[in-house]
Every structure is written in C-alpha cells, then in structure tokens.
Ligand binder design. Structure first.
Ligand code: CP3
Length: 355
C-alpha cells in the first residue's frame, strides 16, 4: 500500500501544496456513462451486486475528472438485506417492505459473514483497485448504526422518524438489541472492506441530525463510537453526519481521523471546533454545482482561501451530487482544487504532488 497518496497524507494532517478532492455520490445518474451501465444492468441492485459493473461505475468519474479519491459503488442499505430484510429500489428511492417494529422483529435479524453474504463488495473493491491510477485513494463506506436503524424501522427514507422515536423512547430492549446487531454488522463489513483493499472508510450517519445533541449522545453515539474503536489503527476513518452543525464536536470526540462538514458550517471555524490532528472534509454546497462552471470554480477557490494553509483539508461537497448536475460543473470543482496552490511557507516545505 502506498502511504504517500495525497488523500492519505491529508488524513494524517500533513501540510500539502493543495488539498485532495473527491465528491460524495461522484458515481451516479448525472453521468451519461453511468446511465448506460445502469440501463444494461436493469436495476440499481443488479448493478451494485455485479463486481464488474460496480467497479466500472466507480472508475468512471476518476477517468473523466481524476479525483484523488474513488468511493466504492454500493449502498448503505445492502447490509440490511444481508441481515434478512427484503430491499427494493425504485424511482422514489429505497424501501424495506418488512420494517422492524418490535423486539421479535429485531431478534429475527440475522448476523452475517460479510465475506460470504457481501462477497461481491470485496470483489468490487479488488477490481476497482486494479483499475485505479497509482495516486488515487480507494474509499470504502458503511451506514452508521443510527442511520441504518432509521431505514430498518421506518422502512424507507423518513422526515419525522415517528416509528424510530417510538422504539427508541418506549422499547429500550428492542432499540439496544438492534443497535448492538447493527454495530457488529457495520464493524465487520468495514473490516472486510479494509481487508479487500479499502484504504480509508466513511461512516455515513445521514440522519443523525434528526436528534438533539443529548439524544445523539444517548441513542446513537455509543454505537458509532464502538465502530470507530474497532477500526482504530486499521484504516483512517471519516465521520459524516448530514446537516449536523450541532454535532461537529460530538463527531470529533469519537476521534476519527476526519470529520465531514456540511456546507452550512463555517469550515475555518470548524478547524478550531474539532481541535488539532483531526482533518476536515468539505464543504461546497452540492446545490452550487447546478450553477455554472465559472461560478463553481470561483466559489471553490473561496473555500480553499478561507481554509488557508491549515493542514488536513479534504475538499468535498457538504452532501452528495444531485442527479441534474452538469458534468462540466463537477469538472470545474475538481480542476479548481487541483490547480490551487497554497501560497505559504508550509506549501514550500511540502513536496509538490505528482500531477
Ligand atoms: O458515488 C458514490 O457516492 C458511491 C455510491 C453510493 C451510493 N449510495 C449509490 C447510490 C453511496 C456512498 C451511497 C450511500 C448512501 N445510500 C447513503 C449515505 C450517504 C448520503 O447520501 O447521505 C444513503 C442515505 C443511501 C440510501 C439511498 N440510496 C437513498 C436515499 C437512495 C435514493 C436517492 C437517490 O439518490 O437515488 C439511494 C439510491 C442510490 N444509491 C443511487 C446511487 C447511485 C441511485 C440509484 C439509481 O441509479 O437509480
């Protein structure tokens, strides 16, 4: 494994001449070449479970734009399917037609061996690694226990999480058993991804911000903390929570190598909030990619100047790419980052990257 990759160096908070860049949801429907493979596969699940196709769509944005990181093409909900929950993807998004509502439902959820039930993920990582440029970092990911619990209980994406709150507040035994099982499933899946070639991992807690800080500490954090602890020293860990300005300190206190920052959070101030030796990922508004390439380039440079020479910045969006994004705007974002140079003493000390 090559530890000199720019993204890995940023995760170690080394001073760099420019930040590495990648985008959440960089593989997907905004790319015509993705649409083509998706049509051939017939469905999203068929695509995600076929290692040749999944590796191909992981590599597509790298070929077109040359991001510094490539994220495995998969979905956070696949481990739930492996645990015995039927899973459907259609035009309106994911749905789990047999949601968990009581203790007996949770008890039926089975443990799995990711190298068997999710073997295709390992195969996708291996095939992707074989096709990646030497300087690109391969990222794995998983949903955090809380966000997976929200899908498992609600049966899909939710706005108010009413069923989740009912179980969380009124059925502590069911809630804790569910979170324990998800915690094991998530840790095992991430360890399997690392064994299969993932060089860093993202834990997506998309819906954590539905909780107040106090409820996050009580009902979600202990299990995310356990996942991070189990991965300690195995690969760098990135903690993501959607639109979660109030949880930035909570995420940092679990001591991941990096915290992902939403576009509504001030990233320069966030460096002080997380403290030394934790990198930050972010934080262009994905909505801005719906403007023009010129606007994207100038707003990207504004973020880089705002961050300044602070080490440990990975440029990304605050959340995933929208499907109506013009590919040229993604290109402008990546190019603005890769052409940027910190005009500082630190930058002079850092070896120039190889691009
Ligand atoms: O490029 C990448 O980011 C890699 C692949 C990736 C997908 N899903 C592919 C996908 C990743 C990292 C995810 C994670 C994921 N999935 C999250 C966490 C990150 C986040 O966005 O907060 C969540 C909450 C999900 C659940 C999910 N999957 C939803 C809500 C949807 C429907 C909305 C949508 O964007 O379509 C999906 C489907 C999905 N996952 C698609 C893709 C490319 C679209 C499927 C298609 O092609 O029809």
């Amino acid at each position: 494994m090559n530890n000199d990759k720019l993204l890995l160096r940023a995760l170690r908070c080394e001073p760099l001449a420019r930040p590495p860049v990648w985008l959440m949801r960089q593989a997907g429907r905004y790319l015509p070449e993705y649409q083509e493979v998706r049509r051939k596969a017939g469905g999203f699940l068929e695509l995600a479970k076929n290692p040749d196709w999944a590796a191909e769509v992981t590599l597509q944005p790298i070929r077109r734009f040359g991001m510094d990181g490539a994220i495995l093409f998969s979905d956070i909900l696949l481990p739930l399917e492996a645990m015995g929950m039927p899973l459907i993807f259609n035009e309106r998004g994911p749905s789990l037609p047999e949601p968990l509502r009581k203790l007996e439902d949770v008890q039926r959820l089975r443990a799995y061996d990711p190298s068997v039930e999710l073997g295709y993920v390992g195969e996708t990582l291996k095939r992707t690694a074989a096709g990646l440029p030497a300087e690109t970092t391969l990222l794995g990911f998983c949903g955090a226990p809380f966000t997976l619990a929200s899908y498992a209980i609600e049966g899909g994406t939710s706005k108010s999480f009413l069923e989740l709150r009912r179980m969380m507040y009124h059925e502590p035994e069911a809630w804790e058993l569910l979170m324990d099982k998800l915690c094991d499933a998530v840790s095992d899946h991430l360890l399997f991804q690392i064994e299969s070639g993932a060089e860093a991992v993202v834990l997506f807690d998309t819906w954590a911000a539905a909780l107040t800080t106090q409820d996050y500490q009580r009902y979600a954090k202990p299990w995310s903390q356990r996942v991070f602890d189990r991965l300690q020293g195995k690969a760098p860990r990135i903690a993501f929570a959607g639109a979660a300005d109030h949880l930035v300190e909570e995420l940092a206190s679990m001591r991941p190598e990096c915290v992902a920052i939403d576009h509504r959070t001030d990233i320069a101030r966030a460096f002080d909030r997380v403290g030394p030796n934790i990198a930050l990922q972010g934080n262009l508004d994905p909505g801005l990619l719906l403007s023009t390439p010129e606007e994207v380039a100038s707003r990207t440079r504004a973020i880089l100047e705002h961050v300044g020479a602070r080490p440990g910045h990975i440029l990304n969006l605050g959340h995933g790419v929208f499907k109506t994004t013009a590919p040229e705007c993604v290109g402008a974002f990546v190019q603005a980052a890769q052409e940027f140079r910190h005009d500082t003493r630190e930058a002079v000390l850092a070896p120039p990257d190889k691009r």
